[in-house]
Design a protein around this ligand. Structure first.
Ligand code: HEC
Ligand code: HEC
Length: 350
């Protein structure tokens, strides 16, 4: 089709040159020349970032709660083996995942699913790939007690923390009106998790009006994302998720949300739509790591799913994308990555 696959900053200058030449020759070409990418903003507004992080009334985030939660999050003493923390799997160096196809838990056991990022979980409506938890406070104790993850008896966990003098004073300051108990441990961890928010990405700058923030290919990719490829029916809003569950035809034996709703065909093999924030840093992909690269993911959608079964979403069908269109989608996805500083792991209380 002869259009450039990558954005060349020179193109803007070229247009200026054309206009200048036309001014000299007097030819009226100005009206037909518009800046590159103008007109590709349609639909952008729906992806604007929110101003504030939502907070539950009974666990408002505060500096001391977040600082305590961060220590608990990175503390392996919350596990039976003493060597696994939340941060082992939700590693900030891997954008709060672990870079593995499937998580590795207690005694090196490979788990059934991939570790999802905890970026922007403050906004999540349901948690886990199958949505089986409703709040971060409810979710936080699950992995500690799970025999496959941290395998820790919760009463023992509370005793361990209570034996550490440093923690006793942190809890007294963070939750002065509540006892040091599993509930307050969960609250502090949740308060910390709500601060794990992806930063401003080039895409956000484009939404805010900076036309030079993303390449032209990415702008075309965005129009495919909201148009022909229909990605935004599920990857909606600034986090790029509808917080809902779909079978997109991944290669899997896992019935996902179907296990919670037996007999409901569309929920078989249905998993939560993952956020696409910082997605190009979070390979491999899907609930089981079955797609290695973003190009593989695009190939899956282009084919209308790898596996066609009765539960396959109606939104998933062959897309007939040209090679250039696939490249444009990849260029767009790359603009969702923010260059966030990796947080330092805090000194743990003794
Ligand atoms: C052994 C690795 C491992 C450890 C340790 C671990 N997680 Fe996870 N985490 C996972 C996996 C795997 C899932 C997805 C499980 C599923 O969906 O069935 C998950 C899911 C989550 C989710 C849901 C995210 C979403 O978008 O739905 C949150 C939040 C979370 N973990 C927080 C924590 C916290 C807090 C801790 C420590 C108390 C922790 N995790 C410890 C591997 C781990
Ligand atoms: C019918 C809803 C739906 C549509 C349409 C859809 N997705 Fe998805 N997407 C999902 C779900 C659900 C998953 C997770 C599936 C799984 O793990 O089995 C997913 C996973 C992904 C992933 C992997 C993210 C990760 O962290 O593992 C990427 C990337 C992605 N989609 C991009 C796209 C693009 C690009 C399009 C358009 C070509 C698109 N999606 C269309 C629902 C959808």
């Amino acid at each position: 089709m002869g259009r450039p696959d990558t954005f060349r900053p020179g193109i803007g200058l070229l247009l200026v040159a054309i206009t200048a030449v036309s001014a000299v020759t007097g030819a009226v070409v100005r009206a037909s020349v518009s800046p590159p990418g103008a007109g590709l903003r349609a639909g952008l507004e729906e992806f604007r970032r929110p101003a504030a992080v939502p907070q539950p009334g009974d666990n408002l985030g505060s500096e001391v709660r977040v600082a305590l939660g961060k220590r608990l999050f990175f503390d392996p003493r919350l596990s039976a083996s003493g060597i696994v923390s939340c941060g082992t799997c939700h590693n900030p160096g891997f954008d709060w995942g672990d870079g593995l196809p499937r998580a590795v838990g207690h005694q090196m056991k490979t788990l059934a699913r991939r570790t999802p990022t905890i970026l922007n979980v403050a906004w999540a409506e349901l948690l886990f790939w199958d949505g089986r938890a409703e709040t971060l406070e409810e979710q936080a104790l699950g992995p500690i007690a799970s025999p496959d993850e941290m395998a820790m008896d919760l009463a023992q966990m509370v005793r361990t923390i209570d034996d550490i003098e440093g923690y006793r004073s942190w809890f007294a300051r963070a939750y002065p009106d509540e006892p040091l108990a599993k509930e307050t441990v969960a609250k502090a961890i949740a308060a910390f998790e709500r601060t794990v928010v992806s930063g401003t990405a080039p895409f956000d700058l484009w939404v805010a009006g900076d036309e030079d923030a993303v390449p032209l290919a990415a702008k075309r990719g965005f129009q495919l994302f909201v148009g022909k490829a229909q990605c935004s029916t599920c990857h909606a809003g600034w986090r790029f998720t509808d917080d809902s569950f779909h079978d997109i035809g991944t290669k899997t034996d896992d019935v996902g949300r179907g296990k919670l709703f037996e007999g409901v065909t569309p929920l078989r093999h249905a998993f939560k739509t993952p956020t696409l924030r910082n997605v190009d840093r979070r390979d491999p992909y899907m609930h089981n790591g079955s797609e290695h690269t973003l190009a593989d993911v695009i190939a899956l959608y282009d084919a209308g799913g790898r596996v066609k079964r009765p539960s396959l979403s109606e939104e998933i069908r062959p897309l007939a994308l040209a090679d250039g269109e696939k490249r444009d989608l990849l260029a767009f996805l790359a603009t969702l990555t923010s260059d966030d500083p990796t947080p330092a792991i805090p000194a743990l209380p003794r």
